[in-house]
Ligand binder design. Sequence first.
Ligand code: HEC
Length: 102
Amino acid sequence: MNWSTMWLCALLTAPITLAADGQAAYDKECKRCHGAKGEGHPKIASMLKVEILHLGSADVQKKSDAQLKKIIVEGTGKMKPVKGLSAKDTSDVVALIRTMKK
Ligand code: HEC
């Protein structure tokens, strides 16, 4: 493997590693309501009588990283604040949400 292919590999794997960091936190804190791929859990949505947008939808993706972090930390509408994520976990989860873009 020469230097340029190594560079390419590093470039290609970097975002995946980032997202993988957020995966554990997402699985622990978000998946039960938002589904494995951000699709939203229909049962939770009907229980709370609310629509859970797909995290990859344009409406969610158009929010800034700061807005998404705020939603996680402070909650939104029927979603309660998520406690127990470090600032890094929160950023990693936001990075993961970016990979869910449709
Ligand atoms: C107990 C269930 C629950 C958990 C856990 C949860 N959410 Fe939510 N989330 C909701 C519900 C319900 C809504 C819709 C709120 C509303 O519109 O009233 C929502 C909305 C959102 C939205 C905004 C979508 C929109 O409607 O604009 C984002 C982004 C989001 N959640 C991210 C996360 C992330 C990231 C985590 C984990 C760190 C998480 N949520 C954990 C239930 C949950």
